[in-house]
Design a protein around this ligand. Structure first.
Ligand code: HEC
Ligand code: HEC
Length: 369
């Protein structure tokens, strides 16, 4: 059994390495493809108006990490990105679109799925992450496999257990589609269905997914909202016990840490180590934002915890020791985790619910229909 596990694990490592080389290759080739926005005088193509969309940084947020000047969202680019996001043609089975696993009303997570569910019912190893405030993130996925939002979609597009496609196949489907060639031209000012443009359009759609209107945001900005006694008590508990990792307006310091979840023998998912190859990164995962956490269940990278109560029970009683366990979770008396009474847990949950942003969850701009 152990041997078998070790073998799969080794295969996985080899696969990961190949996967990363492949991404580099794709990006070099995309980088070389010429994308001349000034060629709008292409024969037979007359550009139509394409106003830039405004992107405002909420006053309680940090600067963006995404360089908007390199890919400014426009009306037609956003429209194209949205169509691509909801289009099953991007997958080998014609069904599994990005929106299949990222459902808006659940903050773009895959509701009811513990780990992701791709083409032919194939089950992945990780819980689909919410999509919001991506313009402010330094890197993406639970282990930070990519540092550039434009390249992130290559992972699901080509993963066998997700969309199981090749970039060139997708491009040829789009070329032969009755609508896409015109939409690409309108979005980028000249004809051409290219990978770079496809990824830029997806990013234009995704960077505008800014969630900044929860009760917590309004409180941070000094707008007229008041926390209930429980919410306020929960906020103080959160500041003391959680905010060293789940920090700031985005509730993440964007670091990778081991929060003491027992290792899962089924997937042997060692997290950040897959990317860096460093044993000291073993079982570390990106500190997730807790925005909209009320509705992004189940929780953790593999969706193993069903409710917020389970999460808090885990922090108070379930933290497991290991060499890479985050030192913050070791108390001075040698005990592990974060001691919390059941009242304190209820107060923390009341506070966590102030992070729900209904304006974002119901924002029509992102809706499929
Ligand atoms: C089969 C389900 C599935 C499909 C289809 C899918 N995703 Fe995901 N998505 C996931 C999972 C699971 C993760 C976490 C991956 C990981 O940590 O390895 C994720 C992570 C992401 C992230 C990183 C979020 C963050 O905060 O770091 C982005 C961005 C994203 N997906 C965008 C897309 C786009 C764009 C598409 C379509 C091209 C897409 N996804 C298709 C399941 C899916
Ligand atoms: C030492 C850093 C650290 C501390 C302290 C910490 N967390 Fe976390 N938290 C993490 C990491 C890392 C993860 C992701 C772990 C994984 O999926 O393997 C996480 C995951 C979570 C999740 C699941 C998020 C999701 O999207 O699935 C919730 C909810 C959560 N923490 C709440 C809390 C609360 C509430 C506290 C305080 C009582 C707290 N955390 C304290 C690092 C921390």
């Amino acid at each position: 059994m152990l041997l078998k596990l070790q073998k799969t694990y080794k295969q996985h490592l080899v696969y990961s390495k190949l996967k990363y080389l492949f991404y580099i290759f794709i990006f070099l080739s995309i980088g070389c493809s010429s994308d001349n926005n000034s060629s709008s005088d292409d024969e037979g193509y007359t550009p139509i108006p394409n106003p830039e969309l405004t992107f405002e940084i909420p006053s309680n947020f940090p600067e963006t990490t995404y360089d908007l000047s390199q890919n400014p969202p426009t009306e037609r680019g956003f429209e194209l990105g949205k169509k691509l996001f909801y289009d099953g043609q991007l997958a080998s089975d014609g069904v599994v679109s990005c929106g299949f696993c990222h459902i808006q009303s659940f903050a773009f997570t895959h509701h009811t799925h513990i780990t992701s569910h791709g083409v032919d019912g194939k089950i992945g190893e990780r819980n689909a992450q919410p999509l919001h405030n991506l313009a402010f993130m330094q890197d993406f996925t639970w282990d930070g496999a990519t540092t550039f939002l434009d390249s992130q979609p290559i992972i699901p597009l080509t993963a066998e257990k997700e969309m199981n496609e090749t970039i060139s196949n997708v491009l040829s489907k789009l070329e032969n589609d009755p609508n896409y060639p015109e939409m690409f031209a309108n979005a980028f000012g000249s004809e051409g269905v290219t990978a770079e443009r496809m990824f830029k359009a997806l990013s234009q759609f995704m960077v505008l997914m800014v969630s900044a209107n929860s009760k917590f945001d309004k409180w941070q900005r000094g707008e007229s909202v008041t926390f209930t006694d429980d919410e306020e008590a929960g906020r103080i508990l959160f500041d003391t016990n959680c905010a060293s990792c789940h920090a700031g307006s985005l509730q993440t310091d964007q670091s990778y840490r081991n929060n003491g979840l027992p290792a899962d023998p089924e997937f042997m998912d060692n997290g950040r180590e897959k990317v860096t190859g460093l044993p000291e990164d073993s079982f570390k995962f990106k500190v997730p934002s807790l925005r909209n956490i009320e509705i992004t269940f189940p929780y953790m990278h593999d969706g193993r915890l069903a409710t917020l109560e389970d999460v808090l029970d885990f922090y108070s009683d379930g933290v497991e020791d290991s060499e890479t366990l985050d030192p913050i979770l070791r108390q001075t008396d040698g005990s592990l985790g974060i001691p919390l009474t059941s009242d304190e847990k209820n107060q923390l949950i009341a506070f966590l619910k102030t992070l729900t942003d209904n304006d974002f969850l119901l924002d029509n701009r992102f809706a499929e229909f």
